[in-house]
Design a protein around this ligand. Structure first.
Ligand SMILES: [Fe+2]
Ligand SMILES: [Fe+2]
Length: 399
C-alpha cells in the first residue's frame, strides 16, 4: 500500500503539488485526506498495491479515478509541487517538527519547523554529548515499582507463572540506558504517575510478547530498550495536556500526537543513532498496519514496534487514565484489541499471544481460536481521542 501522510505537517493540509492533464484540466492537490481516502477506494487500492514508483505515479492513478478520465487521456504534467518527483519513501521519511523539542534540563534540541532530513539528524547526533549508562532495573525504585505493578489486576494473571516471570525479569535486568533517558522516568514518576507506570508495564509486556514471537529475542539487545523509551517524547508535551480530564482542543491533540516525533528526536540524540530501533519505535508506536496511524501513516514498522503497539494499547485500556473515570475491564480491553486485528490494524499473532498469556493455561496460539463476539461494556465518560469539536458535533447530532 502506498500512502501519503499529512499528519506530520500538523493542522494544515499538506501541499502536494499542482498538476495538469493534457486535456487542459489543472488541479492543486492539497490534501492528504483526499489522497489517503482514495487509497482505500476498492478500485484504486488494488491498482496501487503493486505500485512502487514515485508519488507522481500514485497521484496519476488517483487523478484518473477522481476525475473519471478515460485511460487514453495521458495526464499529468506536474506544473509545480514539492513532492512531485520525490520517491514515495522520501516523502514518508521526512517529518517536520510542529513544536520544539527540549531536553528535560530545558535545552533546545531542535526548533519547530525543522524538517528531519538525514542531514539534520546527522548534525544532531554530532553535537550529542556522552552520558553514563546504568541498568534500568537497578535505577531508583524501578524494580520495586515494577514488581508491585506486576502483582496488580490483570497483570497478576499474565505474570502468574513464576518461572516465566523470572525469565522475563532476567531479560529486563540486562537493559541499560543513558542517564538522560532514565531521568525521563524520574520526571514521569514525579509529575505523571500514569505515564511512569505505563512505560514500565509496556516494557514488561513487550518483553514477554517479544520472547514468544521473535526467535532469539534474548540476543537482540537494541530491541530491548525500545519499549521503556517509547513514550519519552511526552516530556515535551505540557503536563496540562497529559493530565487533562476533559476533551483536548485540536491544537492540544496535535501537541500530544507530536510526542512520537519528539521521542524520535530525543532517542536519536541520546542514543546517538537515528536508525536505532528504539528511535524508530518511539516514532512508530502509534502507527497502524492499515496506514491509519500517526505520525507518518506508515503501514510497515519494525516487528518490535508492532509488539509495542499492541502492548501500548492494551496497557492504556486497562490502566487508570486522566481522560476517563474508570479503566476498561480486561475482557473488553481484549475485545478492543481483537477488533483492531479484525480491521487489520495490528497483527493477529501478537493479539493471539496476548490473549494466550491472559489465560492461566497459556495455550499455544495455534491451539485456540479467538472469539470475535463483542460482549464487553466500554466505560462511561471516556474522552480519549475526542477533541472539543468532536464533542460539539456529537451533541449537535443528539440534539
Ligand atoms: Fe505514545
Ligand atoms: Fe505509550
Amino acid at each position: 500500500m502506498i500512502y501519503i501522510s499529512h499528519r506530520c505537517l500538523g493542522e494544515n493540509y499538506s501541499f502536494v503539488g499542482i498538476f495538469e492533464c493534457d486535456c487542459g484540466k489543472t488541479q492543486q492537490l492539497l490534501d492528504g485526506f483526499l489522497l489517503f481516502g482514495w487509497a482505500f477506494h476498492p478500485a484504486v487500492s488494488k491498482e496501487i498495491q503493486s505500485l512502487s514508483g514515485s508519488l507522481f505515479d500514485f497521484v496519476k492513478i488517483i487523478w484518473k479515478r477522481s476525475h473519471h478520465l478515460s485511460s487514453d487521456c495521458e495526464i499529468l504534467r506536474p506544473l509545480r509541487g514539492y513532492y512531485s518527483h520525490c520517491e514515495v519513501s522520501k516523502v514518508l521519511s521526512e517529518l517536520v517538527l510542529q513544536y520544539p523539542v527540549y531536553s528535560l534540563d530545558n535545552r533546545l534540541i531542535l526548533s519547530a519547523g525543522t524538517a528531519l532530513s538525514d542531514q539534520v539528524l546527522e548534525e544532531l547526533i554530532l553535537r550529542a554529548e556522552d552520558h553514563p549508562a546504568y541498568f534500568l532495573m537497578q535505577y531508583g525504585t524501578v524494580k520495586k515499582d515494577l514488581l508491585r505493578f506486576l502483582s496488580e489486576y490483570p497483570y497478576h494473571t499474565i505474570f502468574h507463572d513464576l518461572r516465566q516471570k523470572n525469565e522475563m525479569l532476567r531479560m529486563m535486568e540486562r537493559v541499560h540506558l543513558v542517564l538522560p533517558v532514565l531521568r525521563s522516568l524520574d520526571y514521569f514518576k514525579r509529575y505523571d504517575h500514569h505515564t511512569y507506570r505505563h512505560m514500565l508495564m509496556v516494557f514488561a509486556l513487550s518483553e514477554m510478547l517479544a520472547k514468544e514471537l521473535i526467535p532469539g529475542y534474548h540476543a537482540k539487545e537494541p530491541e530491548t530498550i525500545s519499549s521503556p523509551t517509547h513514550d519519552i517524547g511526552k516530556t515535551c508535551v505540557p503536563l496540562s495536556i497529559l493530565m487533562k480530564r476533559t476533551p483536548l482542543t485540536k491544537s492540544e491533540f496535535h501537541q500530544l500526537q507530536h510526542h512520537t516525533v519528539a521521542g524520535y528526536v530525543l532517542t536519536s540524540y541520546y542514543l546517538k543513532n537515528s536508525d536505532h530501533v528504539a528511535a524508530r519505535v518511539a516514532r512508530d508506536h502509534h502507527e497502524r498496519k492499515t496506514g491509519t496511524g500517526y505520525p507518518r501513516g506508515a503501514c510497515e514498522v519494525d516487528r518490535i514496534a508492532e509488539i509495542v503497539i499492541v502492548s501500548d494499547v492494551y496497557d492504556a485500556l486497562i490502566s487508570p487514565r486522566p481522560y476517563r473515570p474508570v479503566s476498561y475491564d480486561n475482557r473488553t480491553a481484549l475485545e478492543v484489541i481483537t477488533e483492531m486485528a479484525e480491521k487489520g490494524e495490528v497483527g493477529w499473532d501478537i493479539v493471539k499471544t496476548l490473549i494466550a498469556q491472559n489465560r492461566i493455561d497459556k495455550p499455544k496460539i495455534d491451539d485456540f481460536t479467538v472469539s470475535t463476539e463483542k460482549r464487553g461494556l466500554h466505560p462511561e465518560g471516556n474522552v480519549h481521542g475526542l477533541t472539543v469539536d468532536d464533542v460539539k458535533k456529537k451533541q449537535r447530532i443528539v440534539a
